[in-house]
Design a protein around this ligand. Sequence first.
Ligand code: GDP
Length: 180
Amino acid sequence: DEGSEVAFAGRSNAGKSSAINCLTGNKKLARISKTPGRTQLLNFFSLSEGRRLVDLPGYGYAKVPDKVKKDWGRLVENYLQHRRSLRGLILLVDCRHPLQPFDHKMLSWAAAVGMPTHILLTKSDKLKRGAARKALLFASDEIKVYGGLISVQLFSSEKNIGYPEVVDTINYWLTPCDTN
Ligand code: GDP
């Protein structure tokens, strides 16, 4: 638990694997996370010495048994609560189904512990420009209650929408700060 890392979280099917592929330019990475047996694990991807992306298991698999859901909760909660090198969270949310109860749970936690969180409203290519803008305004309004550490943007891995913004955010979080 040294260096800096940014964790990716989201409901299954929100577009997390596609976003990680798109951001790293490496199609193999998220395939690794989707390998059966690894979907319930934390997958760590090293960017450079001491800088990592962490793919958290997708939540909201309707079909998994309660026991697995509980284990998922324990694994992720334990990681989120104790990981010292965690600098920020990227929360992936399908722009057509913004901020479901579990997303709010994550945001409440992030706000409570002061964890910077950047929401990607994914698959924004699926909405017309006006509707996408509306979804962004709606989400921007909804996150106001959580304070200034939560931000949101439109994103599409398919059409490369919002790429520079999220890369800047991640790079900013992963830049070592002088703690002396
Ligand atoms: P994950 O379960 O969160 O890792 O989601 P995936 O990345 O596997 O994506 C779920 C589905 O959404 C797949 O069929 C993807 O092809 C599709 N998808 C992901 N990102 C985009 C996007 O930006 N635009 C569109 N149109 N489809 C996307």
